[in-house]
Design a protein around this ligand. Structure first.
Ligand code: DAH
Length: 341
């Protein structure tokens, strides 16, 4: 029996040392140490030994087992190291292959212009408000003093969402004037920007969806001089300190008096060119003193408070600032166009 154990020890250690793969090592473990393995087979014969012989043989068998387990463990460490080395050698990185280009996006040019404008107004103490694009006709028209027969209320001009004309896609950001006054009361100084919708055909200067920025100031003693001073300051920040402006009388239902504001054409300096359609001036916004009826409708006493409001198209501003000739480029999201900014 001693000879048997000695043979197992020697044979196993030789075989273990020669293994090249983990699977091979595992099958050796089963062959020698498993339930049906060689060592177990020898141990089963212990019963045949005499009581004197048994302890010595038992001890020897345990030593052989311990020796084999140790050898298997050591070989397994060795094999996994070799496997790792082989893997690393096979997976070498070719540092001469050109890298993949990571392309970072950037802000859309129109939003760059919007952020500049927001910054200007924030610095003048204005607050920024957000409002719904799906709006009630009450807010888009009625509370803004638009009479029932006003052309913009027509189904051919505005996208209505209900047959009774009570809900629509807002056609202007002006309803935010009402929401601001109803929510925060007076005094107030706010701007609000966002999408507006009109049934316009698409061309170089029109789109059924575009962006506006609305502004509203209501306080005691606000006059047309405040309107002109504020808008001139903003326009000169955007278009340069030398920019000439022109305040032209106009009509809007929710302001009285109302005006449109033009800037002298930045392309031709006022001589007249295709950009200004020969006019020398480019219209950029509508404005006026908030109508007393509108104030009263929001629970504000027009004897005590007065205010001014304005609204401007953001696309047109961006077109002017970046000298872009066609509004469609703003919405098409052609990367080749956007990458230029
Ligand atoms: N909402 C007007 C439009 O879409 C623009 C406008 C004009 C806004 C005068 C105003 C304003 O706040 O006072 O044509």
């Amino acid at each position: 029996m001693k000879a048997q154990l000695e043979a197992i020890r020697k044979g196993a250690l030789d075989a273990i040392a020669k293994t090249q793969a983990m699977a091979e090592l595992e099958s050796l473990r089963v062959k020698y140490l498993g339930k049906k393995g060689d060592l177990t087979a020898v141990l089963k014969q212990m019963g045949k030994l005499s009581a004197e012989e048994r302890p010595a043989m038992g001890q020897m068998a345990n030593q052989v087992r311990a020796k084999l387990e140790e050898a298997i463990e050591a070989q397994s460490v060795l094999l996994s190291q070799k496997a790792l080395e082989a893997k690393l050698a096979a997976e070498t990185v070719d540092i001469t292959i050109p890298g993949k280009k990571i392309s970072l996006g950037h802000k859309h040019p129109m939003y760059t212009v919007l952020d500049e404008i927001k910054e200007l107004f924030l610095n003048m103490g204005f607050e920024i408000m957000d409002g719904p694009e799906i709006e009630q006709a009450d807010y888009n028209f009625t509370k803004l003093n638009a009479p029932e027969n006003h052309p913009s209320r027509d189904w051919t001009d505005t996208f209505y969402l209900k047959p009774d004309s009570s809900v629509l896609l807002r056609s202007q950001t002006s309803p935010m004037q009402i929401r601001a006054m109803e929510t925060y009361g007076v005094p107030i100084r706010m701007i609000s920007s966002g999408r507006v919708y009109r049934k316009d055909e698409v061309d170089a200067t029109h789109s059924p969806m575009f962006h506006q920025i609305e502004g509203l100031v209501v306080d005691k003693g606000i006059t047309m001089a405040d309107l002109k001073g504020t808008l001139n300051a903003v326009i000169r920040e955007i278009y340069g300190p030398e920019t000439k402006t022109r305040f032209r009388p106009h009509h809007f239902p929710f302001t009285e008096p109302s005006c449109e504001v033009d800037i002298q054409c930045h392309k031709c300096g006022g001589k007249g060119c295709p950009t200004c359609k020969g006019e020398g001036w480019i219209e950029i916004l509508g404005a006026g003193m908030v109508h007393p009826k509108v104030l009263r409708g929001c629970g504000i006493d027009p004897e005590e408070y007065s205010g001014f409001a304005f609204g401007m198209g953001l696309e047109r501003l961006a077109l002017g600032q970046y000298k872009i000739s066609d509004m469609r480029l703003i919405f098409e999201n052609d990367i080749r166009f956007l990458e230029q900014f």
